[in-house]
Write a protein that binds this ligand. Structure first.
Ligand SMILES: *Cc1c(COP(=O)(O)O)cnc(C)c1O
Length: 401
C-alpha cells in the first residue's frame, strides 16, 4: 500500500513550493506587452527587489535560471584575460567560476571543501599577496546549496578591506535571498545574483543581477559586452522590451509580483525569522535522530548552517532508499545529495537534502519530518528517539518569542 495520495511536497532546494496565490496570478490570458498594466507592474518590481536585497544600487532582470544570472554577472564586469578568485565551499561557487573560465577569465580557486565555511585568514593572505592587483573580483556564495553552508558575507567584506584589496565582491544569493538575512549595501557587496525559484517562490525562469556603483563603473570600463547580457539597457529601458532584450516573461512577472507582495505583507524580517524557526526545528529532529543511527547533518556548527536547506548523510544506500520511500509512500520529494561523492563511488547513495525555503510553514515541516521518521522506521534505518518531539518543541517556543 502507498500513502502518497494527497497534496505532495517538493522539499528539494529549488524549485521550491509555488504558493497558490502565485500560480493563480500566473493563470490568466497573456497580457498586452506594449502598453497597460504589465508595464506598470514591471516597473513596480524593481524597488521591491531592491528592498529584498537591501540595496540602493541597480537591479537587472534576465529571462534565465541562476546559471543565466551567473553568465550575465560575468559578462558585464569581466573580460577574457581578467582574473577572479573563487571561494569554493561546495558545488555552486565552483560552477560560477567554470562559467567565467569558459569566457576566457583566469580562475584562481581557494577550495574549503564540502563541510566548512570560507577561511577568511586564507582569503586575506591571498589578497594581500596580490600587490599588482591582478585579481579583479572575488566570487562567493552566501549559501552553497550542495553543502548547506552559510558563509558570512559581512566578514568576507572585512577581509577584503583588511587586505587593502580593491577587487569587486560578487555574491551568489540564489538559494538564500528571502530566506537568510542579506544586506547588500551594509555588507559592501558589489554584485549579487539571485533567481526566482527558491526563496522567491516563482517557477524557474527569471533571475536577477544587483550591482553597486563600483560594479557599474567596471561595466562601463569594459570594451565589449554581449548585448543580450548587457545590463545598461535593462536598468534604463527607453522602451519596455529593453528590460528583457525582447519579449517580456509575461506570466513570470505576474507570478513574481504576487510572490513579492506575499513577502512584503509578511515583512522581510518575519520571513527570515520563519525560515530560522523552521530550520532550527529540522536541526533539532536531525540531532535527535543522529544520536541513535547514521544520520548526520553535513555542517556541524549551527552558526554556519543555511536556513533554507539542510544537507545530510545517512550511509549508502539509505539516502537513496529514504528518498524513494518518502516520494512513493508519503508524497514527499527530498533533494538528492550533490557533490558529496562521485556517481561511481559506493557512498554516493548515502546523502540527501531537505529543502525548507520559501513557502513553508510549521505544519509542512512537521509533515516532512514525520515522513522522514516513518521512512527510517519502514526501512529499518536506526535512528535516535525524540526527533519529532524536539522539532515540535522548538516550533512551539518560536511562536512565544
Ligand atoms: C540553484 C542554485 C544555482 C543554480 O541555479 P539554476 O537556476 O539551477 O541555474 C546557483 N547557485 C546556487 C547557490 C543555487 O542554489
Amino acid at each position: 500500500m502507498s500513502l502518497s495520495q494527497g497534496r505532495s511536497y517538493l522539499a528539494i532546494p529549488g524549485p521550491s513550493v509555488m504558493p497558490e496565490r502565485v500560480l493563480r496570478a500566473m493563470h490568466q490570458p497573456c497580457p498586452n506587452i506594449y502598453e497597460g498594466g504589465l508595464i506598470e507592474l514591471t516597473h513596480s518590481l524593481i524597488p521591491d527587489l531592491k528592498h529584498l536585497a537591501s540595496t540602493s544600487g541597480q537591479a537587472a532582470i534576465y529571462i534565465a535560471n541562476g546559471h543565466g544570472a551567473w553568465e550575465a554577472a560575468v559578462s558585464n564586469v569581466l573580460a577574457a584575460g581578467d582574473t577572479v578568485l573563487v571561494l569554493a565551499t561546495g558545488r555552486f561557487c565552483e560552477g560560477w567560476g567554470e562559467m567565467a573560465r569558459a569566457l576566457g577569465v583566469t580562475v584562481e580557486t581557494l577550495d574549503f571543501g564540502n563541510r566548512a565555511t570560507i577561511d577568511l585568514a586564507q582569503v586575506e593572505a591571498h589578497l594581500a599577496a596580490d600587490r599588482s592587483g591582478r585579481i579583479k573580483a572575488v566570487m562567493a556564495v552566501q549559501v552553497d546549496t550542495s553543502t548547506s553552508v552559510l558563509n558570512d558575507i559581512a566578514a568576507l567584506r572585512r577581509s577584503l578591506d583588511a587586505a587593502g584589496h580593491g577587487a569587486l565582491l560578487m555574491v551568489d544569493c540564489i538559494a538564500s535571498l528571502g530566506c537568510d538575512k542579506f544586506l547588500m549595501d551594509e555588507w559592501g557587496v558589489d554584485l549579487m545574483v539571485t533567481a526566482c525559484q527558491k526563496g522567491l517562490m516563482t517557477p524557474p525562469g527569471i533571475s536577477f543581477v544587483f550591482f553597486s556603483d563600483k560594479a557599474a563603473a567596471a561595466r562601463n570600463a569594459m570594451t565589449r559586452v554581449s548585448s543580450y547580457w548587457d545590463w545598461n539597457a535593462r536598468i534604463n529601458p527607453e522602451y519596455f522590451y529593453q528590460y528583457f532584450c525582447g519579449t517580456a516573461p509575461t506570466q513570470h512577472l505576474l507570478g513574481l509580483r504576487e510572490a513579492l507582495d506575499m513577502i512584503l505583507e509578511e515583512e522581510l524580517r518575519h520571513v527570515w525569522a520563519r525560515h530560522e524557526a523552521i530550520a532550527r526545528a529540522v536541526w533539532a529532529a536531525c540531532d535527535a535522530w543522529g544520536k541513535g543511527g547514521p544520520l548526520a547533518m553535513n555542517i556541524a556548527d549551527p552558526a554556519l548552517r543555511s536556513h533554507a536547506v539542510t544537507a545530510l548523510s545517512i550511509e549508502a544506500p539509505n539516502g537513496l532508499n529514504l528518498r524513494r520511500w518518502t516520494e512513493h509512500q508519503a508524497g514527499l520529494t527530498l533533494g538528492i545529495g550533490l557533490n558529496m561523492a562521485t556517481d561511481d563511488d559506493p557512498n554516493a547513495d548515502g546523502f540527501f537534502r531537505i529543502g525548507h525555503m520559501g513557502h513553508v510553514n510549521a505544519q509542512m515541516i512537521m509533515g516532512t519530518l514525520g515522513a522522514i521518521q516513518s521512512g527510517m522506521m519502514a526501512l529499518d534505518i536506526p535512528h535516535g528517539k525524540g526527533g519529532l518531539e524536539a522539532a515540535a518543541r522548538l516550533l512551539a517556543e518560536a511562536t512565544r518569542g
